[in-house]
Write a protein that binds this ligand. Structure first.
Ligand code: GLU
Length: 465
């Protein structure tokens, strides 16, 4: 059997990180099984769907590397197909027109509530052998209802939640087309999942209630229902449902904040799935390990600190050339001209061990691209003590003839400390100040290498003249 999964987002409103987890798992399941992964945009809610949300979804998925085999397929472009199936269902008696007006429905509901019954459609227009239907009212466009089975129950073995059984008596005859003929949500999902030959539906558990209805329609259409895996919700760090209102960020926000897609993918993977105690793993490992059995059964909780920690892990272990490429836009944003000054790859390599985000690397890189400081006599007096000047002069001489490497510079510093009987900070702080007009820099030997011999000599010389 060819495994086929789909991500079927409704492009309504804000797309947060938790939403994209519903793309990651079906993608991983398809990849693990050499199956197909399809993106279906459920955009039939015209009032709430936006192109902006579609863009966020598509960009986010491509940033995370969730590649598609088919799609994006837009439901709005399949309306004719849905109408065709509705017609077939009417013709074959699987569905029927219902002329009950809104008012009548409301009255029915009020009555049922007053009798402490569950509000549901009473089947007034449902054709049955030997039953006489009411006379068709003039000028009323009917809705189309699905003839839900009576008696028995719908049972499915949810890959996350285990066996679920819903009695058919709980389900009334679902409206599958509105009075203007437009198909309704649950119906479109069924037609699509069947037409697209979806074998596994992996989606949020807010859809559990829709599942028995969808299964009934599928079976009526003689289709085989897919395997369902309903994922528990993602809660925010305050244990509330994630939403924009309580501070959830979109994938785009994370991209802008200097997160690496590999870190986000790793983080999302663990948000409701686990493989032993593995916390940091590659995309390939994730695909290799992914199965439905290891999906979590309780709500996952978003943990921003963990995400930041993961991002740090990925930055620290990244190839400096790749990392420099990813950091460049952030550096440019800060006004750094990476073409003028030290080699940007070297700067990034120097800063990556301490950075949590690409923005932090870019911030750190600034130091190396600012013009040489123009120290005033006052500043020099305050930060470069007279007593240290002989050591600084020796440093300039030594650097002039040395090979530019971390090891060489470390050795030079060691010699100078011994010769002048001083401690490292007494020498390193004035050096830092002379080079950058600040004493906060990464390790001094590395800084010297990255800044470059010429620049080091010129800046030091200016400060000790
Ligand atoms: N469009 C639905 C949503 O965004 C998902 C439907 C499905 O996966 O079946 O919640």
């Amino acid at each position: 059997m060819q495994i086929r999964t789909r991500f079927a987002p409704s492009p309504t409103g804000f797309i947060h990180l938790g939403n994209l987890r519903s793309a990651l798992y079906p993608w991983a399941f398809a990849r693990h099984n050499k199956g197909d992964f399809i993106l279906r945009i459920e955009d039939t809610d015209l009032e709430r769907s936006t192109q902006e949300a579609v863009d966020v979804i598509i960009e986010g998925m491509s940033w995370l590397g969730l590649d598609l085999d088919e799609g994006p397929i837009y439901q709005m472009q399949r309306i004719d197909r849905y109408r065709e199936v509705i017609k077939q269902m009417l013709d074959s008696g699987l569905a029927y027109p219902c002329f009950m007006s809104e008012d009548e429905l409301n009255r029915l509901r009020d009555q049922q509530m007053a009798n402490k019954e569950k509000p549901r459609y009473n089947g007034l227009w449902r054709p049955e052998p030997g039953k006489t239907l009411p006379p068709i009212p003039q000028g009323v466009n009917p809705v189309i209802r699905f003839k839900n089975p009576i008696g028995g129950s719908v049972i499915w073995n949810d890959a996350v939640k285990g066996q679920i059984e819903i009695s058919n008596d709980e389900l009334d005859d679902l409206v599958i087309a509105r009075p203007d003929g437009t198909p309704t949500y649950n119906f479109c999902v069924v037609v699509d999942d069947l037409d697209m030959k979806i074998t596994h539906v992996i989606r949020g558990d807010d859809h559990v209630n829709n599942t028995p209805r969808q299964i009934n329609i599928m079976q009526a259409l003689r289709g085989t229902p897919p395997i369902y895996a309903h994922l528990p919700t993602v809660l925010n760090d305050a244990s509330e449902k994630m939403s924009k209102r309580n501070g959830a960020m979109s994938v785009r926000d994370y991209q802008k904040a200097g997160y690496l897609p590999e870190a986000i993918l790793n983080y999302l993977a663990r948000l409701g799935w686990s493989h032993g105690d593995a916390e940091v793993f590659t995309k390939e490992q994730f695909v290799d390990w992914f199965d439905l059995e290891s999906l979590g059964r309780s709500p996952a909780q978003h943990n921003p600190e963990k995400l930041l920690w993961l991002n740090h892990q990925y930055i620290q272990n990244a190839d400096p050339v790749q990392l420099a490429l990813a950091t460049k836009p952030f550096a440019h944003e800060l006004g750094i001209d990476t073409e003028r000054g030290p080699d940007f790859v070297q700067v990034v390599a120097l800063l990556k061990d301490r950075a949590n985000t690409l923005i932090e690397i870019a911030e750190g890189a600034k130091l190396f691209y600012l013009p040489a400081p123009n120290l005033s006599a006052e500043q020099i007096k305050e930060n470069i003590p007279e007593a240290i000047v002989p050591a600084l002069k020796d440093l300039v001489d030594a650097v002039s003839v040395a090979e530019s490497s971390k090891a060489t510079y470390a050795a030079i510093f060691k010699d100078l400390l011994a010769k002048h009987q001083i401690k490292m900070p007494a020498l390193a702080m004035p050096v830092r100040y002379a080079l950058f007009a600040t004493t906060r820099t990464p390790a001094i030997d590395s800084v010297l290498v990255v800044l470059g011999k010429e620049e080091v000599i010129s800046r030091l010389s200016k400060a000790i003249l």
